[in-house]
Ligand binder design. Sequence first.
Ligand SMILES: Cc1cc2nc3c(=O)[nH]c(=O)nc-3n(C[C@H](O)[C@H](O)[C@H](O)COP(=O)(O)OP(=O)(O)OC[C@H]3O[C@@H](n4cnc5c(N)ncnc54)[C@H](O)[C@@H]3O)c2cc1C
Ligand code: SF4
Length: 522
Amino acid sequence: MKNRAFLSQVDSTISKPNLKDHARAVFILHDQLNLDAWPGWIREEKPLLIFMESAEKGKELPHHKKKAIYILSSMRHFALECAESGFPVHYHSTKQHFNDGLTSILSKNKDLHLTYMTPSEWDSRERLQSVHATFSDRVEEIPNNFFLADPEEYKDRVKDGWLMEYFYREMRRKTGYLMNGDQPEGGEWNYDEQNREKLPKDHPVPEIAETLPDAVTEEVIEMVETWYGDGFGKSDDFSYAVTRRQVLYRLNEFIEVRLYDFGPYEDAMAQGRYKLFHSQLSMYLNNGLILPKEVCDKAEQAYKQGKARLNSVEGFIRQIIGWREYVRVYYEAMMPEVREANHFGFTNKLPEMYWKGETKMNCMSECLKPVIEEGYSHHIPRLMVLSNFSNLTETDPRELNRWFHLAYVDAYEWVVLPNVLGMSTFADGGVLASKPYVSSGNYINKMSDYCKHCEYKISKKTGENACPFNYLYWNFIDKQRDTFTQNGRSNFMVNMFDKKSDEDKKEIMESSDKIIKSLGRM
Ligand SMILES: Cc1cc2nc3c(=O)[nH]c(=O)nc-3n(C[C@H](O)[C@H](O)[C@H](O)COP(=O)(O)OP(=O)(O)OC[C@H]3O[C@@H](n4cnc5c(N)ncnc54)[C@H](O)[C@@H]3O)c2cc1C
Ligand code: SF4
């Protein structure tokens, strides 16, 4: 592999440090790319910074090609920026895992002391802790500072089923966002009632800026195609931001142009328009190019300046200081046992359509397309279409979790696992969610225009051409009735099923059996 654009910049910008000249180094992982989240002494003393590209890490899952490109290109750009601002930088590529790379560096450089930050992901943490254990007198671990909440403070309560809503209120009080003293701005903690609108026909939806790949990114694209050709998805037309400056431009654009309508259309889906008013900032938050505080500060400021409405700003801030922080606490509280969670005991592999995107179901096809092409979709396609169908077709939630992890550019285990095994599949048996998120086609029809373009009939309940979500939903309610009857909020669905005629019940069962058994799976 040639790697000329990056390496020639490394030659000119990075002064190829001799590791023996350095007494102190800091190891920066691919998802810790922001020196503002690191202790002040690093910015002042400018110690040696070590970055590592590990082929073994890359091979753990056949990640989306755009995800591999994003991660590598943003790390390379960040390393170059650090070098430009005066840091000695050691950019290391290894065929092994990064703990092997670090072990080799520390073994060869016996005077070198290394600092690293606790990784967000469990396996990376274990790997670095093994380095720590081997070189305990020369290696220091410092706490992860890329989040707003300290998991130790909330872990026990979250494990006992403490709801996100109460965590969120505590975070509002703690951060002061949208607070008037002890009271929430506008008198309510949440304005979801105003945030469940379908997108009106012809409502204008602004485009999101695209970033043209520079020579460094082009080189990574070539490398990913060569080495990760079997990765999921497509590498064509890569247009994500890869530097903090580019990301700040996108943040401003979101605040100025889309935040105003974020709230009302937060749950909406529309044919051919998959971003709508969402920020598409998760991938940048998750590798540190921007920090949660600066995103929330900007959103609150837009409200105070009258540029965005309260229901939009509150809804947006809740996603970040509420959901995002909460799932991270959940991960800390529930790992590692939760990896094997499978409350309903499903064993089916994932339907083939998740890999290929080919299906006559228009909603599935519309929601899979942006994942295959871009590694992105917003929350509702993930929850109410892709996870919903996986649940209703009795798919092993761990298979779905694996797919989400490799298919989305913003996926890291700490965030994908709670969302899949906790929220969207109820695999943890109800620690995170109070009920399984399943629905018939009515929800999809209410929140989108997909059904108008579908070969299946949303109005038909069973048989040929009936919307599969319709019968699969009732089949699920019937088969999983124990879970639903234990939950006061969804017990009535079982009662509704029981009131159906025997003939209807039989047709529901037959149609469901047929699709569950006939789906191609891989
Ligand atoms: C099954 C499933 C899997 C998911 N997997 C991931 C994942 O791998 N990585 C990921 O970052 N998010 C994940 N989410 C949460 C959410 O769907 C994405 O954060 C969001 O869609 C990203 O798009 P956006 O930046 O346009 O978000 P916006 O709608 O603009 O929301 C703003 C920000 O809030 C945060 N956020 C919102 N909801 C959540 C949530 N439930 N958990 C964590 N952060 C949240 C994100 O940082 C997001 O950028 C998942 C949700 C579900 C239901
Ligand atoms: S009819 Fe059913 S399968 Fe078709 S788009 Fe609507 S919900 Fe999806």
